[in-house]
Structures are given as structure tokens and as C-alpha cells.
Design a binder for this molecule. Structure first.
Ligand SMILES: Nc1ncnc2c1ncn2[C@@H]1O[C@H](COP(=O)(O)OP(=O)(O)OP(=O)(O)O)[C@@H](O)[C@H]1O
Ligand SMILES: [Mg+2]
Length: 299
């Protein structure tokens, strides 16, 4: 147990050096299929704990650091990314699946060069595509791969099939949690299902609406200890975002807090997380984008 705690603390100390996205392109890649793209799924189990805010603000922060970032709205029941960014998204992934639009057609331009894939209602159909539709979508995504370094997937609340699929296919699973029993229990349930049934072993914890660094640390230690003890899974501390009224005002204004209140405590936390992700000194190999798309489409 002590060993686990020590490992947890070490992980926490080096939180901003742990994960990296410094994607390299293979020289002869034409379609983008062979590109190394970091795919980050943002999940939480419980709804309303901050997934969309984490996805959007992290996306903008990474874009500002010069990364080519795409953000996929994978919440088919309650698409939120467009609302949070004040975008009008007439088309989504379902139009691509139907053959009415290409993936590039439906892409939306967000702030600071962030690109948005309004997947939403199309996500539900991903599980039931015909082989032809699957191949068509695979090619569409692979073409897009050459235009991105990082893909962030804002998943739905709960542990629906789509959430599991995206988490399983991603390189990193960010688990957003806040210090309340339902959030902790649901996040644990998510980690349990993903680790036991789908062999996902790498999780990064984001503590949201934190009241103090000490509270974040305690929550991380408690969560990681339980996951280690009962699931044999180690959790890395990815970052903490304080409870911040500016973030709430930003949501009202339909503008990411990192842009509307750049000096707020929440904005600073998002920038720190993005800097940790792109920290080249701690480079970690990434997966090929083509493989992610195949995993996503369960090919
Ligand atoms: N750090 C924070 N400080 C204060 N309020 C916050 C913070 N993070 C999130 N909130 C509040 O929680 C609400 C829900 O956040 P968000 O939409 O990002 O959660 P979600 O997990 O994506 O929800 P859903 O599961 O419904 O998709 C926000 O509208 C905001 O009011
Ligand atoms: Mg959301």
C-alpha cells in the first residue's frame, strides 16, 4: 500500500511532465492514415462534472501552443460543444455517414484555430454501420488525420457503448471527477468497466471544481488507492481545476473561460495542463491515427 501511495505521489509531483503530445508525421504519408495523432478521450461516468469545459478549454490552450487540435463532440444525446462555443452546426457526422457531406464539409472553425467535428447524432450510428459505410468513414477520417496533431473527444456521461469505444480506441483517457460521492462512484465504475472488460490500463485524473490543492491531492490519493487496490490499475494525476465563478460566467457567455477570463484561476489550470501535454522532454510514443479510426469503427 505504501508503495502504491509513493508511486501515486511521484506521479502527482510530475503531473505536468507525464504526458506528451509531440506528434511526428511519417514522411511519405499521403492520406494521413500513418500520422501519429494523440487521441484523448474525456470521460467521467457522472454527467455535469466538467467534461465539455475540460475538452474545449484544453483544446483552445493546446491550439494556442501551436498544436493542430480537433475536438470531436461525441455526446449524441446532448451535444454541448457547439453551445459552449456559440457555434451554429447544421451538419454532423450523420451527414457524412449518409454520404451527403464530407468530413471536411462538416468541420467547424472554433477559436484559436481549434477545429470541431460535430459528431453528435452521428455517433449513435457508428456502432451499426454497414461495411461500405465503415470503409467510407475510415477513408474520410484518415484524410483528416494529416491536418491534426491532437484529437480530443468529449464523450457522453454514463458508460454507454460509444463512451467505451472511444476510451478504448484513444491513447489517453482523462477521467474528470469532482469531490462528491456520486462523481467518485461513477468515475470508479467507468475505470472498472474499462479496465476489467476492455483492457484499458492507462487513466489520467482531472479533479474539477476543486476547493483547494489539498482537496485535489486528497481526492486523487483516495481514488488512485482504491483503483490500485481493487482493480490493479494505476491512475496518473493530470491536473486540477479550481471551482471558479469566472468559468460559470464564461459558460453563460458561450465563450471558453481561457479566452473570456484568461487571468482566472481556471484558465491558468487549463494552460498548465496543456503545457504538460506538450512537454517534449517527457515524450511518450503515440499511436497511429489509422489504428485509432479502425478501433473506433471496431474494424
Ligand atoms: N471549475 C468549475 N467551476 C465552477 N463551475 C464549473 C466548473 N466546471 C464546470 N462547472 C459548471 O458545471 C457545468 C457543467 O459543466 P460541463 O458542461 O463541462 O460538464 P459535462 O461533464 O460536460 O456535462 P454533461 O455530462 O452534461 O455533458 C458548467 O456549465 C458549469 O456551470
Ligand atoms: Mg458535456
Amino acid at each position: 500500500m505504501l508503495k502504491d501511495q509513493a508511486a501515486g505521489l511521484r506521479a502527482m509531483k510530475s503531473q505536468f511532465k507525464q504526458t506528451v503530445a509531440s506528434p511526428k508525421k511519417t514522411p511519405d504519408s499521403e492520406t494521413g492514415a500513418d500520422n501519429l495523432v494523440r487521441v484523448i478521450a474525456v470521460a467521467s461516468g457522472k454527467g455535469g462534472v466538467g467534461k465539455t469545459n475540460v475538452s474545449v478549454n484544453l483544446g483552445v490552450a493546446l491550439s494556442k501552443l501551436g498544436q493542430k487540435v480537433m475536438l470531436m463532440d461525441a455526446d449524441f444525446s446532448l451535444a454541448n460543444v457547439d453551445i459552449m462555443l456559440g457555434l451554429n452546426t447544421p451538419f454532423n457526422l450523420s451527414h457524412v455517414i449518409n454520404g451527403e457531406k464530407t468530413l471536411r464539409d462538416i468541420l467547424q472553425s472554433g477559436p484559436s484555430g481549434l477545429k470541431i467535428i460535430p459528431a453528435s447524432s452521428g455517433v449513435k450510428r457508428l456502432a451499426n454501420l454497414s461495411p461500405q459505410e465503415n470503409m467510407g468513414l475510415l477513408r474520410e477520417f484518415e484524410r483528416l488525420g494529416s491536418d491534426m496533431d491532437i484529437l480530443i473527444i468529449d464523450t457522453a456521461a454514463g458508460i454507454a457503448d460509444s463512451v467505451v469505444t472511444f476510451c478504448q480506441a484513444a491513447n489517453d483517457v482523462l477521467v474528470v471527477v469532482c469531490d462528491e460521492p456520486a462523481s467518485i462512484t461513477d468515475a470508479y465504475a467507468l475505470v472498472k468497466v474499462l479496465s476489467k472488460d476492455y483492457q484499458v490500463q492507462d487513466f489520467k485524473l482531472v479533479v474539477n471544481m476543486s476547493r483547494s490543492p489539498a482537496q485535489s491531492k486528497r481526492l486523487y490519493e483516495k481514488f488512485s488507492r482504491v483503483c490500485q487496490q481493487y482493480l490493479g490499475v494505476s491512475i496518473t494525476f493530470f491536473g486540477a481545476i479550481p471551482f471558479d465563478h469566472d468559468l460559470r460566467s464564461a459558460v453563460q457567455k458561450q465563450s471558453p473561460v481561457i479566452l473570456s477570463f484568461p487571468e482566472s484561476a481556471a484558465a491558468k489550470s487549463f494552460r498548465a495542463m496543456a503545457a504538460g501535454l506538450t512537454n517534449k522532454s517527457a515524450h511518450k510514443s503515440t499511436h497511429y491515427f489509422g489504428q485509432f479510426v479502425r478501433n473506433m469503427l471496431k474494424l
